[in-house]
Write a protein that binds this ligand. Structure first.
Ligand SMILES: O=c1[nH]cnc2c(O)c(F)c(-c3ccc(F)cc3)c(-c3ccc(F)cc3)c12
Ligand SMILES: [Mg+2]
Length: 215
């Protein structure tokens, strides 16, 4: 096929979503994934849980690991007050390019910074790059095997403070057992599981919310 799935998803957004309207971008992507082609966005069911956790956290600094096409970036950023910044990291340049266009279609480009590269390389540079102390909210949605090393790296770089909330996607499917063990049995975190389903399917999945208790 000439085009890639992210490009076909972007085309669905540009055709079906109203420019400047984040909710119409979210609806257009969910419709595309339900009726045309499955894609690994957090989706509407887990997305509603993501919305609730973001709203109760009221974060001023947000980090997302794993942008893909920008669906969860738009979901999170549409809930943030004007002065807030969201940094999202994507290692695949083609995904990052599509995500920037999806985020722009939603009119949220001024609140989002899409960084291309490996999370492990970029995390140690973030404090200096953005002049931030800690992240209030982190969404892990990149690769299951990187969840544990990356949350440890965030701790070591002093980028988590008391009350920081880390929400992880796909903790059941495909699963991140080493990560779950760490956040559930480590006194530094208070963790809880939200049962849901794999996006656009009836397969079981879920999100894990872990609140950092401080050093
Ligand atoms: O890798 C991911 N990152 C973030 N979110 C993801 C997500 O929300 C998913 F639903 C899946 C998924 C799960 C089940 C399946 F059958 C296909 C893809 C993946 C994933 C898992 C294994 C791979 F080899 C490739 C992609 C991811
Ligand atoms: Mg995911």
């Amino acid at each position: 096929t000439r085009t890639t799935r992210p490009q076909r998803l972007l085309q669905a957004v540009s055709i079906n979503a109203v420019r400047g309207d984040p909710d119409s971008v979210i609806k257009a992507i969910d419709h595309f994934c339900k009726h045309t082609e499955w894609a690994m966005n957090v989706g509407d069911e887990k997305g509603a849980i993501l919305d609730l956790v973001v709203m109760e956290t009221c974060p001023s600094t947000v980090l997302e690991l794993g942008t893909y096409c920008g669906y969860s970036t738009v979901r999170i950023t549409r809930l943030l007050p004007p002065a807030t910044k969201l940094i999202t990291v994507e290692m695949n340049p083609e995904y990052a390019h599509v995500a920037r266009q999806v985020i722009q279609h939603a009119g949220l480009q001024d609140k989002v910074c899409v960084l291309e590269g490996e999370s492990a390389d970029l995390i140690p540079k973030m404090a200096n790059m953005f002049g931030i102390q800690a992240f209030d909210f982190v969404f892990l949605d990149h690769w299951k095997d990187h969840y544990l090393p990356d949350i440890r790296l965030l701790e070591d770089c002093g980028l988590l403070a008391q009350g920081s909330v880390v929400l992880a996607d796909n903790v059941v499917c495909p699963g991140a057992p080493d990560y779950l063990n760490y956040v559930r049995y480590n006194l530094k975190y208070s963790s809880r599981f939200y049962q849901a389903h794999l996006e656009y399917t009836r397969v079981l999945d879920g999100l894990e919310r872990s609140e950092y208790q401080g050093d």
